[in-house]
Design a protein around this ligand. Sequence first.
Ligand code: GLN
Length: 547
Amino acid sequence: MARYIFITGGVVSSLGKGLTSAALGALLQARGFSVRLRKLDPYLNVDPGTMSPFEHGEVFVTDDGAETDLDLGHYERFTGVAARATDSVSSGRIYSSVLEKERRGDYLGKTIQVIPHVTNEIKDFINIGDDEVDFQLCEIGGTVGDIEALPFFEAIRQFSQDKAPGQCIFMHLTLLPFVAAAGELKTKPTQHSVKELRSIGIAPDILVCRSEHPIPDKERDKIALFTNVRRDAVIPAYDLKSIYEAPMAFHKVGLDQAVLDAFQISPAPRPDLGRWRDVEDRIHNAEGEVRVAVVGKYTSHTDAYKSIAEALTHGGMANRVRVSAEWVDAEIFEAEDPAPHLEGFHAILVPGGFGERGTEGMIRAAQFARTRNIPYLGICLGMQIAVTEAARNMAGITDAGSEEFDLEAGKKRFTPVVYHLKEWVRGNYTVRRRQDDDKGGTMRLGAYTAVLEEGSKVAAVYGATEIEERHRHRYEVDVKYRDALEAVGLKFSGMSPDGRLPEVVEWQDHPWFIGVQFHPELKSKPFAPAPLFADFIRAAKEVERLV
Ligand code: GLN
């Protein structure tokens, strides 16, 4: 039976609930406990798969093929526990499952209500895998008081009543705003937020208070007094230079101890924080900097490529070098020479993406990297771009392109070296899709095996000839162009086990040019950087040495 920690937020959104949960998960692991982290999101989308990454941030894909919230990425990066489809749920999914059961007649003619039917559905979800880990951390999206979140708050209240006393605790994250005119941190919003939580029957055991300024003892006492939370369970959370400092920072202010106290776990097992000390050492003792241009569709939402940004940081940590990633809008050089925009970077990365916008610029960026011997990492769309560039400029297929863009434009312009995949093999069964299927879940999603050619660069990078990485795409490089492209030097060095789907391409006579159909960034961790990112940054560092 697991112990449960429910994490809620108040005052304002974006306080870093996801990171706090992830860091706490890491600290409990350091004390020898097994953990699983979950996210319960109040929005009505069934999953984030159809939500714009420019609005909601990146879609994080799990091994078992679920499209989930980007917070699951934080959880995985901090704990190393591979996220699963059952680690993320939304109101939309809960309601659609309740309605499905209603249509099937499962409720035997009863009137369907939020309490108990919706709340029961949520509780059943939280209970999944109850006997698998020591601690389950469940983060509720949004802030207390949100209308959509109410069934979730009610469900976790009931859940803690259903379980044995002391099996569940509540942790609430708030903000202490600083009013410059008065020179004071204000505790009132925190008091109100806790009051609101209490009014729906939840009394927090732990408060984590975000603040840009040190919290004086007197304010901490006041918060404890007015919120009825033990003083040593009022935990300050200050801004950090790197998110990876969070586990050590929270440990120093006693978060993990407060959690163990709340569960009355005594004596508390001593923590082994070696992993996080090493991570901090790598962050603080980096030498030099490599500049990486991430050439994509312009985005002002930095979370749209969250895992890429993090994986680049991990690659830097592996090489003890700082990585400065700059987002370059591919549209600005769609019709001109990209050199003025790309000179000065040590490496170029073209990330995943959907739609035609900006792709002509990305093709020029790939050509620039190829001809100037600049390290290039193409991920998903970035691999398709690299293949298109090779087809057009080296293999004489001058009108090469992706079927995705023709379908989007509603006219035929390209020779489809990248085509819409409608049928593929997963394990020992065949998946079939139609073009007009629902948008949700029609992609090749989740972990697939790739077989790497012995002696290839990518096999050397992984130190293996069989790997598993996560996918999220509808289109594939057409294997029928393999011979033509290999003849000009673009090797198809990784294939699906049945040999039909190209997984990796690499230029043979280039210092480092690799395109992969999968997303290596999703499995990268600060303490175990993704091999492709670690080696990409190593290669970028070599470039620096040459300059
Ligand atoms: N749009 C491309 C496809 O669907 C690439 C997807 C991606 O980069 N994730 O195949």
